[in-house]
Design a protein around this ligand. Structure first.
Ligand SMILES: Cc1ncc(COP(=O)(O)O)c(C=O)c1O
Length: 518
């Protein structure tokens, strides 16, 4: 029996009518919504009777009821199971100290658009050139989004264009490669263990980029923790890449854009900047803008920019190396790699780009930098070793190896203490699974209202967690990471109380700061 049949046989379907009240036209539910709560378990499709104009009898026959009875119930009634999990995630976000450099809290208005009717519309193509009808408002929304994107980054629309349809950062990058390169063409990007991103390249053929293109990484100078531009230049002269990529997932310093442009020109390569991590900072002019130097700039929209999950590709309108970037990139997005744009995301992005032009956004991004400075200062005072000695942006990379502990073990203890960050490779690391460092970012907690004093306290808590991890590691039997992971969650973990105490202190701090939009 179908889930639909099973559900409706347990009781009659709802009959609903629309009523006009003080809050406008709303559904009046005639049958108790609790019906679904009682029966939802074991029913694989949560709300078959939302369009509840069909009555199914015990014998399976149907009587057609009047139309106009299509009613939406709230998630809590349609699917209490998913609703409850979202509520738990909300509490987790509220309680935890989110130090993941690529995360942020978006605006209520952005979430409103993400959950709007824009999700219903197909609009393959670009504004004014669609494959479907009914796009008069969608066209206006996408055009507005493009205009705001160019405005935010102070780009002349005669010289730069933007595609706002990429579904996220990795697809945006792959769309650029599809536009500019042929299979097996050569790419140079920052090595993954030195802070690069999987979508740029990696020696192991695990990402689309490394499967379809040939890559040669450039790396950090391990003695300074800075990009080794000499090595990049020498390698580029030998390897002759068709594309050189700047930008990273875990690099605390500004890239030398000028130098990268020189190298790209010398070897005749396209030059692309992936500013995913820092696009909010660039928008607020809190770090240097890459646009003057690059042919193409990609970004995610959900990191420092605080928007919905998505991506953008900015391209020069001039022909570069004989390629019309605008046509090539737009065609790579659709029909190359995507179908219908996610209009709810594009609408939400338009709102985020509007908000990013406000004085409040600029203040927020400058505070991100001030908070990172406070974080960096206290970590250095406590004797922590920072890759490159510090940072220019929103994150610091801590090398824990001199303390005799690794990022994986520290990440675990901090996670148990409601401090969320990620383990990270540091130059010289041998294992990606048990890397020697942690990455700490300031955007998310700055959005919640943290100032320098809160980040100073944060460092105290991180330090307490690191000391607990070191202590736990000295008590564990066995040397494998798994031994440690099992030990710290076992009933006889001797530091359980200390971890709980740290968690209590962390939550006392985080609970003072609301989450926007939630
Ligand atoms: C520099 C950089 N580019 C691209 C991406 C990929 O973005 P997404 O996860 O949206 O695909 C990331 C993700 O963290 C990133 O750090």
């Amino acid at each position: 029996m179908s889930a639909y049949g099973a559900a409706v046989m347990m009781g009659s379907c709802h009959q609903n009518v629309w009523t006009k009240g003080p809050r406008g036209i709303r559904p009046k539910v005639l049958a108790p919504a609790a019906f679904w709560r009682r029966h939802h378990r074991g029913v694989s499709f949560g709300a078959p009777c939302r369009a509840s104009n069909v009555e199914v009898s015990e014998s399976g026959g149907t009587d057609i009821a009047p139309v106009n009875t299509i009613v939406d119930y709230p998630l809590s009634e349609v699917d209490p199971e998913v609703h409850e999990l979202i509520e738990k995630e909300k509490m987790r976000q509220f309680n935890c100290l989110d130090l993941i450099a690529s995360e942020n809290f978006t605006y209520r208005a952005v979430m409103e658009v993400s959950g709007s009717c824009l999700t219903n519309k197909y609009s393959e193509g670009l504004p004014g050139k669609r494959y479907y009808g009914g796009n008069e408002y969608i066209d206006q929304i996408e055009t507005l989004c493009q205009e705001r994107a160019l405005e935010l980054f102070q780009l002349d629309e005669g010289k730069w264009g933007v595609n706002v349809q990429p579904l996220s950062g990795s697809p945006a990058n792959f769309e650029v490669y599809t536009a500019l390169l042929s299979p097996h063409d050569r790419i140079m990007a920052l090595d993954l263990p030195h802070g690069g991103h999987l979508s740029h390249d990696f020696k192991r053929r695990v990402s689309g980029t490394s499967i379809f293109f040939e890559s040669m990484p450039y790396r950090l100078d391990e003695s300074t923790g800075l990009v080794d531009y000499v090595m990049l230049k020498e390698t580029a002269i030998l390897f002759r890449p068709k594309l050189i990529i700047a930008g990273a997932s875990a690099y605390p310093r500004d890239f030398d854009y000028y130098r990268m442009r020189e190298i790209a020109d010398e070897v005749g390569a396209f030059l692309m900047m992936d500013m995913a991590h820092i696009s909010g900072l660039v928008a607020a002019t809190a770090v240097p803008s890459p646009f003057k130097y690059f042919d193409v700039v990609t970004t995610t929209t959900h990191k420092s920019l605080r928007g919905p999950r998505g991506g953008m590709i900015f391209y020069k309108k001039d022909t570069v190396h004989g390629v019309d970037l605008e046509t090539a990139i737009n065609n790579a997005v659709f029909p190359g790699l995507q179908g219908g744009p996610h209009n709810h995301t594009i609408g939400a992005l338009a709102v985020c780009l509007f908000a990013a032009q406000s004085p409040e956004f600029k203040i927020n991004q400058l505070q991100v930098i001030r908070n990172r400075k406070a974080l960096e200062e206290i970590l250095l005072q406590l004797g922590y070793n920072l890759v490159s000695g510090g940072s220019d942006n929103h994150l610091v990379l801590v090398d824990l190896r001199p303390m005799g502990i690794d990022g994986a073990r520290v990440e675990k203890i901090l996670d148990m203490s409601s401090i969320t960050l990620n383990k990270n490779s540091v130059p010289g690391d041998e294992s990606a699974l048990v890397p020697g460092g942690i990455c700490i970012g300031t955007p998310a907690m700055t959005t919640r209202g943290f100032k320098e004093a809160d980040f100073r306290l944060t460092v105290d808590y991180i330090d307490e967690g690191v000391q607990l991890a070191i202590k736990a590691n000295s008590c564990v039997k066995g040397t494998e990471l798994k031994d440690f992971m099992d030990f710290v969650v076992s009933p006889d973990f001797p530091l359980k109380e200390s971890v709980s105490e740290l968690r209590r202190k962390v939550q006392a701090l985080t609970n003072k700061f609301p989450i926007p939009g939630v």
